[in-house]
Design a protein around this ligand. Structure first.
Ligand code: SF4
Length: 285
């Protein structure tokens, strides 16, 4: 018997940037006509990590910092699914930082949506890896996930949106989903998503965002120039948004499957696999 779960109402504070991300995600999935039964959202831990509860789709609430390996497992089991990992910067760039780096290296065809707000909102406002110096006593430089992603040669899609710019964010999300669903690899989309309760950056981010999509001189297909442009904008106080880099590298599934079928399409019955088990056991006898 199948049990049906209806989407719940978000439990976020009024005005939280995550509402904008949820609205864009709903719109993108609807406009791309992706059916609920074909989409899986893997949520992280933190305020943003509950986003899958608010959508009509399959959802997994992953362990803290472990949403990427979970999402990769789902994709490798059934590459026909639209798989979106969605969490916060504390979850992804602190406890999950190792998985983030290695997912950038592996290039699986999933979307990674990071709602970045410079704070741990769920635990009442401690500074996260992207916190600006001065916030709650922070003296460290903020972690820049976009420059990190650009520095890894196997990345194929890097973008940044702002929950205060719905049109751009929906365009970027649709591009990210199309990239992943075309088996082109990992689509990393960071979203500036202010925490209005503990670190309300709406006003300053509105003044700081620099839309690279609107800059006709910018070429997102040249990694070295993208790195230089993002670094230059950062050093002059801007926060670059838009499609920052797109390139071509074999995806994880392309490198993994060869002639093997994904697990979901294999006959996993004991009868079908008994000869293979017997063959394996010979090595231990
Ligand atoms: Fe959003 Fe911050 Fe409230 Fe969490 S604490 S729901 S991040 S506004």
């Amino acid at each position: 018997m199948a049990k049906v779960f209806s989407p719940t109402t978000p439990i976020w504070c009024p005005g939280c940037g995550d509402f904008g991300v949820l609205a864009s995600l709903k719109k993108s999935l609807a406009e791309l006509q992706i059916k609920s039964k074909d989409s899986v959202i893997v949520g992280g831990i933190g305020c943003s990590g509950s986003i899958h509860n608010n959508l009509e789709c399959y959802g997994i609430h992953s362990l803290h910092g472990r949403l990427l390996p979970t999402a990769i497992g789902v994709k490798l089991a059934n590459p026909k699914l639209t798989v979106i990992a969605a969490g916060g910067d504390g979850d992804g760039y602190a406890i999950g930082a190792g998985h983030f780096i290695h997912t950038l290296k592996k290039n699986p065809s999933i979307v990674y949506l990071v709602m970045q707000n410079g704070t741990y909102g769920l635990t009442k406002g401690q500074p996260s890896p992207t916190a600006s110096p001065g916030y709650e006593g922070t003296v460290e430089a903020p972690f820049d996930a976009v420059l990190t992603a650009l520095s890894i040669q196997s990345t194929t899609f890097i973008a940044r949106g702002f929950s205060g710019n719905q049109t751009q964010l929906t365009n970027l999300l649709k591009k990210a989903i199309i990239h992943a669903n075309s088996n082109k690899g990992f689509a990393f989309l960071e979203v500036l998503s202010p925490c209005v309760t503990y670190n309300d950056t709406y006003k300053e981010w509105r003044e700081q965002v620099y839309d690279l999509d609107a800059d006709k001189s910018f070429d997102p297909t040249n990694r070295a120039r993208s790195f230089a442009r993002v670094s230059e904008l950062n050093s002059t106080g801007w926060i670059p948004t838009g499609l920052i880099y797109t390139g071509v590298v074999n995806s994880l599934e392309t490198n993994t499957f060869n002639n093997d079928l994904p697990i979901v399409f294999q006959d996993l019955s004991i009868d079908a696999n008994a000869p293979r088990y017997e063959e394996l056991l010979k090595d231990f006898r």
